[in-house]
Design a protein around this ligand. Sequence first.
Ligand SMILES: Nc1ncnc2c1ncn2[C@@H]1O[C@H](COP(=O)(O)OP(=O)(O)OP(=O)(O)O)[C@@H](O)[C@H]1O
Ligand SMILES: [Mg+2]
Length: 456
Amino acid sequence: MRPSILIIDDEQNICQSLLGILEPEGYETLAVSSGEDGLEALARRRFDLALLDIMLPGIDGLETLSRVKAIRPNCQVIIISGHGTIETAVRATKLGAFDFMEKPLSMEKTLLVVKNALHRKKLEEENLQLREEMEKGCVMIGDSIPMQALRQQIDFAAPTDARILIFGENGTGKELVARLLHYRSQRRQNRFVAVNCAAIPEELIESELFGHVKGSFTGANEDKDGKFVLADGGTLFLDEVGDMSLRTQSKILRVLEELQIEAVGGKASQKVDVRVISATNKNLDDEIEKGNFREDLLYRLEVIPFLVPPLRERTEDIETLAGFFAREFCEKYGKPHIRFTPQAMEALQQYSWPGNVRELRNLIERVVIMVPRTTIDLSDLPPYTLQSATAPSAAEAEGEESLKTAREGFEREFILRRIRECGGNISGAARSLGIERSYLYEKMRRLDIPIPKKES
Ligand SMILES: Nc1ncnc2c1ncn2[C@@H]1O[C@H](COP(=O)(O)OP(=O)(O)OP(=O)(O)O)[C@@H](O)[C@H]1O
Ligand SMILES: [Mg+2]
């Protein structure tokens, strides 16, 4: 979006020269000649920045400034002062103006002050967003290439209303991604409502999603809003969509088509404005093939597919994640901060994390609580994370080699199991593992896993 600038000055030639300076730079501009007109423009729409003359007919610059700050606190203001009004301009900066410029205006100075003000606004917004996300527990850690790509996808998709279906194994951070999409959208002032589709008993699903009217069934003792209504204006997160019964799927499908809901026992239908984000750890193509999932529903849910990669495919992130969780839990439990020996960190990086980030987080919590030292070594980690049948001393002696063998053994088993689950279909297995098919082939060759005949 182009930054937008409002110019408030009663001198025609000043407005003209500011427009002449700013428009060629790609700023969106509007010039008005009084404080009243400026406030009216600001009430109608958002501006990033206002250039405000101090001497105005009608309400003066200072008064305009305080009203601007009251209706649009995020709009930056730069004061334009004439000869002899510098003191007032200085006062204005105390009232919240970012800076002031003195007439006659020079092109360089104007562009510089404008650029600084817009930059500062951007920083303030980013800070605010980060703070909000921190408060809501929505911090996404990880700078590996797949996470950078995911972050960029989130930035692109968040401000739109497009439906997003998030794929990923258990504990990879699907819900976190859904929350980030919400908090970075225009809907963030409204609610993020999560529904675990797998956990609601089939007979209650309609009432949960669409609400019910008092007396419509036994136990309906009062009117109740459904999740679609609670999420009105906000985001509805349908979690575990791959586990919905076919009956529920057809109900959801109908609602998604029209965004029109009818409470159980109610007479009128109601239009709702919700953005739907959904998630699954299943391979929905396979579920469609098996007749467990409706293909038309997939198209309704998945305008943009997101994939949250498993932790073992972004081992670079493990150290930062472990550090982040360690700080979180040390603070929570009032413990001194801990650190990991290089050997312990290496073991964490080598382990395959079938439970992904959630498993890592739980492990760090356990270590913080149970280990009475501030330096965490190999022997403080649960044996299964070492993935080696040998005792730590032997593992130490054999060093990386034994860890590597253990890891390969595990990976081999894991991949074989997935291929079996997918009925020998390699593309399916790759999808369910969340990796590229070519990468799976390469892994299979490396791990001596025979490639099924029909695939090779
Ligand atoms: N990149 C990350 N940075 C920080 N915390 C993370 C990250 N990814 C996941 N987490 C944390 O790990 C836990 C699991 O994440 P989340 O619930 O989003 O996963 P999920 O994919 O929805 O899991 P499931 O499939 O089991 O529902 C949460 O506590 C979440 O905050
Ligand atoms: Mg989840």
